[in-house]
Design a protein around this ligand. Structure first.
Ligand SMILES: [Fe+2]
Length: 382
């Protein structure tokens, strides 16, 4: 009788083909043209758009069945990407969801922060059908300067990076592309349940989105420090983005809307789950109201570092063509990565429903939070 040792098995080559021929490439066209030409970016420096103004927002998550029967009826696999944020769902086609299924999508996105759906037909159903689905979550935001498709639809925000259009990549020249933020937090009613649909990813790896739970970021602070934050407000502004757009693109700069400045609570409550979340980010949050400059800088620097460094509160979203990310901006921060070679094509669109005016967390002298935190009780930290 012959036997094979573990060592022999390990050293045996499984194939003679070199690794480079076996590395899986993502979907692309044979002639190198964009897979979705109708979604190529269009910049019109003369375009103007009015602000939406105040509106009543009733979150679809309020109507959802917590058992999620309409959302997950056809799910074949549901995998959490990390304990605190991110879940990947297989077997569900977003375009086929009923209104009840979309309500449950809002609730599940609020609970898990980010949901990843693979092999979607969402990119092939057309602008109007895409917008109809996403409008279920709120009126659609129009970005102040980011491009929309040449073929129409100013609500579609095009994300495009390729050697034939390096406008976005150049805007990151000389600084880290990793910038944690909540999209459009200087809006009076910032975004809620948001969609990114990937049309084409760089050929090999790269272009992931980093997502951080701002519920976990908040809970990761000591109860006494959390109380100090509750009741504070901060000023959010898109001044830096406006300045960069004007500086980088000169007469070709797009300025569709007025600059935005808004005061929001530092700790907010999600309207459906009731979870408290840290609502500051280094891209848009400028100062804590009522603090002197040095005090504000000191506190915000700590909070920004806390969001960025706590990788145990984060997950990473890898995309293929046909991947749709649905995430709730009220309970997360996120960042791009831009880690693939300059010139490779990354092409996506974002549809961004606006939601509620941020709800401040109530200040309570003794809310019993520390006693409920089993880990802290075990360690004698209350
Ligand atoms: Fe973003």
């Amino acid at each position: 009788m012959t036997s094979t040792t573990v060592e022999e098995t390990r050293t045996k080559p499984t194939t003679s083909a070199p690794l480079s021929t076996r590395l899986v490439a993502r979907e692309s066209s044979e002639d190198g043209s964009a897979l979705y030409p109708d979604y190529l970016p269009f910049y019109d420096p003369l375009e103007k758009v009015d602000d939406l103004g105040n509106f009543e927002h009733v979150d679809p998550g309020h109507r959802a069945d917590p058992a999620l029967p309409n959302l997950l009826a056809n799910a074949t696999r549901v995998v959490d990407l990390s304990p605190h944020v991110g879940t990947e769902v297989e077997g569900v086609q977003l375009s086929q969801l009923t209104p009840e299924g979309l309500d449950e999508l809002a609730l599940y996105a609020a609970q898990r922060g980010a949901l990843v759906f693979r092999n979607q037909d969402f990119s092939d159903i057309g602008f109007e059908a895409q917008k109809k689905i996403v409008r279920h979550f709120g009126p659609l935001h129009v970005h102040g300067w980011a491009p929309h498709p040449a073929a129409g639809s100013s609500e579609h925000m095009i994300i495009y990076d390729h050697r034939d259009d390096l406008r976005v990549r150049k805007s990151w020249k000389g600084r880290s592309p990793v910038q944690w933020h909540t999209d459009q937090s200087p809006e009076p009613q910032p975004p809620g349940t948001t969609f990114i649909c990937m049309l084409e990813s760089p050929p090999t790896a790269g272009g992931d989105t980093l997502v951080s739970s701002s519920v976990a970021s908040y809970k990761g602070l000591s109860p006494r420090f959390r109380k100090r934050l509750e009741g504070l407000t901060a000023v959010h502004s898109n001044d830096d983005g406006v300045t960069q757009e004007l500086r980088n693109n000169g007469t070709g700069a797009v300025m569709r809307r007025q600059q935005l400045v808004q005061e929001h609570p530092v700790v907010i409550v999600h309207p459906v789950t009731g979870e408290k979340a840290l609502y500051v980010n280094p891209v848009y949050t400028k100062r804590i109201v009522g603090f002197d400059d040095e005090e504000s800088d000191y506190l915000l620097r700590f909070l920004f570092d806390h969001i960025a460094k706590r990788q145990d509160f984060q997950c990473r979203i890898r995309y293929e063509a046909g991947t749709v990310l649905v995430w709730d901006q009220r309970v997360t921060n996120h960042s791009q990565t831009l880690d693939y070679p300059a010139g490779d094509r990354r092409h996506a669109f974002r549809l961004t429903p606006l939601a509620n005016k941020p709800i401040p967390a109530k200040v309570e002298e003794d809310d019993g939070e520390c006693a409920k935190d089993h880990a802290r009780v075990q360690l004698g930290l209350c």
